[in-house]
Design a protein around this ligand. Structure first.
Ligand code: IVH
Length: 719
């Protein structure tokens, strides 16, 4: 779709447009659309952003303003037209042009060998090419493009009928609103795929929900399918969904036939099930590559073709080992007979095509028994029920406790003590209880009683009408005090190593530490003779505390544990002031002018800074020498020294943790890629680096760094 020359031109065009409002409105509008579409493609399809968020917003606003001045120039495929005003009423039911079939499953090498044998029988040949691609764990969708423009997006529904969710689909910036399909004579095309959510986006979204007192969404799959059916399209846009399209279910060609470029398609034929296939597009692989070249987010970069099932099996095993490396949740691989004519010959059952099969990775679900429910008091006083279950092994870890989030979740799922429960742990995501297996109950199960009083200080719990959580509102509740300190020292806040949760609790119990500023006034004599606190560990702790004084302001703000202020909001706040005390004079209206800060967060922040006891904490932190200033006010990470640079870490790293290093790159404006490609600037290699290193060497365009070289590059950023 974009040649290297295009990319260079569009990048420069973006920079030019950002600098001045030049040229004729009509021309500028066309140029703006072009660069915004390009930026969306880079961000969502290539996972390799070119513009910073603020630059993107700047261009978008320019386009919006110009279109407002010249409404006659608005077209349906303008990026501004993704955003719909108002709420959707409901989603009408629509029928799919071709039923959306499911896939048959295989779980091991024997299953795959059997399937390969059946394929060879059905195809009446031993010469079969298999195309292997990831199986994305999201929500299935079907898209229709008429004359090159997206006209309908529907959920899978029962496979025959789905829900028309076009308005929501249009919010997903990975999905082109239009494409040059007509150039190839494609009049109408129905494309199938999956709506997915980036694991990182999902985690950040859930953190924000928890900070807001809401229960987190269970897993990326539920988040994707739930979001598709939200009635407010602007909320859909905010959630940053992504999409992968992996199947063309039907198409028709224009008649008379237009002139073709390289690719030739025959007229009025369906791809599947159908008779004749496009001349040069006679394989699944080529078709998805072609769609990719038109700007569609297909698995093209992650597809592989093999001739022998043994190679397919080997690849499946190898891929399963790195399933967590992909930015999306993947629950298996899909193996498809590559050749369309062969697919057609093999046909489908009413449930699944015979020419495709899913190879499912080891389940990250298991059953266990719900033994008890404990009620924990959080930093904000919220009471969280935590299910204690019989130890169960899921995806490499033993799970013994699972958060139930709040009372409503318990009631909705109708959980009871003694229930056999289905537990799921998706990727890096926290485990959760999917449902009780009600059919296994024997009558001895017991209702879960939610406490009326705080389990820590026994004061009466309260629940605000709009909130999911019961709360202890006693500010001297000891658990909350301890939790506050634990949060302040945590990795994402002030990152004081050696002062983990257990030590904070110990110090609190021994009255060595009773509040946040107390960290900087620890009586070290009291620690002497304490088990586990030799001279060395005391010196280390002293150093870590000393280092924390230099942490940037956003970490201090996050560490203070202001309600509704997660890491992102803390960054926004820190960026808006040069001294935290400036906020003492801000009112809610002023806070609400900041990006993504709504009235609820604004009120909470105003309340926080208005309280004498909080100002006292800030004063004491200042006296202790903790940094409360932001010298880089107004700068974004995009201005950072690694802005626009892409990194990937591979092999066993011995000098630092991968997550720490990735964070440093991102803090400096760089981004992390999922694999080696021409877009990669730096590959940092640890021990036993394998195929990624080989690939990077082959490409010849990637800077290969040792751990030491990387450390030098980001000098001074590791504590
Ligand atoms: S092909 C006729 N390819 O998995 C073609 N499906 O468990 C059938 N899925 O219903 C679909 N990744 O929603 C195909 N690369 C992929 C896929 C994929 C995920 C979903 C799809 C399907 C379900 C079956």
């Amino acid at each position: 779709m974009y040649t290297a020359q295009d990319e260079k031109r569009l990048y420069e065009q973006a920079k030019h447009l950002l600098k001045q409002n030049a040229g004729k409105a009509a021309d500028t509008i066309v140029q703006l659309r072009e660069v915004i579409n390009y930026a969306d493609w880079k961000y969502y399809v290539q996972n390799d952003p070119t513009l910073s968020d603020s630059e993107y917003d700047g261009l978008y606003k320019q386009l919006k303003n110009l279109e407002e001045k010249h409404p006659e120039l608005i077209t349906a495929d303008s990026p501004t037209q993704r955003v719909a005003k108002g709420l959707s009423e409901r989603f009408p039911t629509v029928s799919h042009l071709v039923p959306m079939l499911s896939l048959d499953n295989t779980y091991n090498a024997d299953d795959l060998t059997d399937w390969d044998r059946r394929c060879r029988e059905l195809a009446e040949t031993d010469d079969i090419e298999y195309c292997v691609e990831p199986k994305y764990d999201g929500a299935g969708i079907s898209l229709i493009y008429d004359d090159g423009a997206l006209t309908r997006g529907a959920t899978r529904g029962d496979g025959v009928m789905g829900e028309d969710v076009t308005t929501n689909i249009r919010q997903i910036r990975a999905i082109p609103l239009s494409a040059e399909l007509m150039k190839y004579g494609v009049k109408q095309i129905e494309i199938r795929g999956e709506i997915v959510i980036h694991k990182k986006v999902f985690d950040a979204f859930n953190k924000q929900r928890v900070a807001e007192g809401l229960s987190p969404l269970a897993n990326p799959r539920n988040a994707a399918s739930g979001t598709l059916r939200i009635l407010d399209p602007s909320e859909v846009r905010k959630r940053g969904l992504n999409s992968i399209l992996y199947h063309v279910s039907s198409y028709t060609m224009t008649s008379p036939r237009p002139s073709f470029d390289k690719l030739t398609m025959t007229e009025e034929r369906e791809v599947l099930p159908g008779s004749e296939h496009p001349k040069e597009l006679d394989t699944h692989y080529d078709t998805l590559k072609w769609l990719y070249s038109l700007g569609f987010p297909t698995p093209a970069p992650d597809m592989k073709v093999f001739k022998h099932v043994d190679d397919v099996i080997r690849y499946c095993h190898e891929f399963e080992g790195r399933r967590d490396d992909l930015p999306f949740e993947v629950d298996g691989l899909v193996i498809k007979v590559n050749d369309f004519a062969m697919q057609e010959k093999m046909g489908s059952t009413s449930h699944h095509p015979r020419w495709a099969v899913a190879y499912k990775f080891k389940a990250r679900q298991a059953t266990s028994k719900l033994v008890d429910v404990e009620f924990q008091v959080g930093r904000t006083g919220a009471i969280t029920p935590v299910a204690k279950i019989e130890p169960v092994h899921i995806g490499g870890v033993t799970v013994t406790s699972v958060s139930l989030f709040n009372e409503d979740v318990i009631r909705e799922k109708d959980l009871r003590i003694g229930d056999t429960v289905l537990v799921e742990r998706a990727g890096d995501v926290i485990p959760y209880i999917v449902k009780p297996l009600a059919e296994l109950r024997d009558g001895t199960e017991m209702e879960i009683k939610f406490p009326t009083h705080c389990p820590a200080c026994e004061s009466q719990l309260e629940r605000q009408p709009e909130e999911a959580a019961w709360r202890c509102i006693n500010i001297n509740c000891p658990v909350q005090l301890v939790e506050h300190i634990i949060h302040y020292v945590s990795k994402d806040a002030m990152d004081i190593r050696g002062l983990g949760a257990a030590n904070v609790q110990k110090f609190y119990d021994l009255e060595i530490l009773k509040d946040i500023p107390g960290i900087y006034r620890i009586d070290w004599n009291k620690l002497k003779g304490l088990e586990g606190f030799g001279e060395k560990s005391i010196t280390n702790l002293q150093q870590a505390i000393e280092q924390s004084k230099k942490q940037p302001l956003n970490r201090v703000i996050f560490g203070l544990g202001i309600r509704f202020v997660g890491e992102t909001t803390a960054k926004t706040l820190a960026n808006a002031a040069s001294d935290i005390r400036e906020f003492y004079t801000w009112d809610a209206g002023r806070f609400a002018t900041l990006e993504d800060i709504g009235p609820k967060v604004a009120t909470s922040v105003v309340d926080f800074f208005a309280r004498e006891e909080n100002r006292d904490v800030i004063k004491k932190l200042d006296e202790a020498g903790v940094n409360l200033l932001n010298e880089h006010k107004g700068q974004t990470a995009a201005d950072g020294e690694l802005a626009g640079k892409t990194f990937l870490f591979t092999g066993t790293l011995s000098h630092f943790k991968r997550s720490d290093a990735e964070k440093i790159v991102e803090d400096k404006g760089g981004s992390i890629l999922g694999g080696v490609s021409a877009k990669l600037n730096y590959l940092v290699v640890g021990e036993d680096a394998g195929s990624k290193l080989e690939k990077a060497k082959k490409l010849g365009t990637v800077n290969i760094l040792t751990e030491q070289e990387f450390l030098k590059l980001v000098e001074g950023d590791f504590a």
